[in-house]
Design a protein around this ligand. Structure first.
Ligand SMILES: Nc1ncnc2c1ncn2[C@@H]1O[C@H](COP(=O)(O)OP(=O)(O)OP(=O)(O)O)[C@@H](O)[C@H]1O
Ligand SMILES: [Mg+2]
Length: 274
């Protein structure tokens, strides 16, 4: 098995005034090609910090105090500007909960996608952009291509984000709660779409979520985070059947027993753990 991403002994702190908030403590985890790793854990446990660290896009108040993130054999933290540019949004893409904060409000959506294609040296013709719209099941290309992000619904914006994330033909997709802000029916549609695209693009995935239903359906492995550490990690089926850590057990105990056998995310509304 080819290891594509490995995070080794990663520690990150946020410095807020005089206060130091340790957000990641000695986190190590690696992904083989085509793994789909679900990262679960309560709010504030460090999930997003981990996702942002992988692309070295932490806010300026964050400090990486130890460790490395290797894409294949290259430590991301040691790359120069040009090298990181080819990886960030190129080889590794990220999608967030809130597409409005990631899309530029004053640029037409099709032009934002064109920009991404240009940066990553891909075909940026209208034909290619139309194909990307179709890929994320936005059929009405000519009707919406000149829209600005705020003119679209939340679900449509999330589709644009996905199109943009996949435009560069990445190897790894990091999804940080990509459906949390959407209505339940739209959540299901977006999850189905993501699941389909993960397969089609042969992606290696890190899926950050509060929702065990999503993990169950999409992820081959789970890492459970608590207070900045990965406290348990392994195959999804094994962890769900036989959680070893008391914290994992307590997370799972909030899922009604009747739902524990259901394998689809039809029931995800009841599976969150906040
Ligand atoms: N910009 C920041 N400045 C200061 N502290 C931060 C910042 N971002 C995160 N933190 C702190 O770092 C810790 C980890 O936060 P992080 O956002 O990674 O958690 P999370 O697991 O993604 O939570 P959620 O499920 O709510 O998204 C928390 O204690 C949080 O308060
Ligand atoms: Mg988060």
């Amino acid at each position: 098995m080819e290891t594509i991403l490995s995070i080794k002994n990663l520690s990150v702190q946020y410095i807020v005034g005089k206060k130091i908030v340790p957000a990641l403590k000695n986190v190590s985890v690696s992904l083989n090609r085509n793994d789909a790793l679900g990262i679960v854990g309560e709010s504030g446990s460090g999930k997003s910090t981990l996702g942002l660290s992988i692309l070295n896009i932490l806010p300026k108040e964050a400090k990486i105090t130890d460790g490395e993130v290797c894409f294949r054999d290259r430590n991301i933290f040691q790359l120069n500007k040009e090298e990181i540019q080819t990886i960030r949004g190129g080889k590794i893409s990220i999608i967030f909960q809130d597409p409005l904060s990631s899309l530029n409000p004053v640029i037409k959506i099709s032009e934002q996608i064109r920009e991404t294609l240009k940066v990553h040296h891909q075909d940026f013709s209208d034909k290619k952009i139309k194909e990307l719209f179709e890929m994320v099941q936005l059929a009405n290309f000519y009707g919406i291509k000149d829209s600005y992000p705020h003119q679209l619904s939340g679900g449509m914006r999330q589709r644009i984000m996905i199109a943009q994330a996949l435009a560069s033909n990445p190897e790894i997709l990091i999804a940080d709660e990509p459906t949390t802000a959407l209505d339940v029916t739209i959540q299901k549609e977006i999850l189905e779409l993501l699941k389909k695209l993960i397969k089609e693009f042969n992606l290696t995935v890190i899926f950050i979520t509060h929702n065990f239903g999503i993990v169950y359906d999409i992820c081959s492995r789970i890492a459970v985070m608590y207070n900045g550490e990965i406290i348990e990690e392994g195959k999804t089926s094994e962890i769900l059947k036989n959680p070893k850590h008391p914290y994992t057990r307590s997370l799972l105990s909030v899922i009604p027993r009747s739902k524990q056998k259901i394998k689809r995310f039809d029931v995800i509304e009841n599976w969150t753990m906040e």
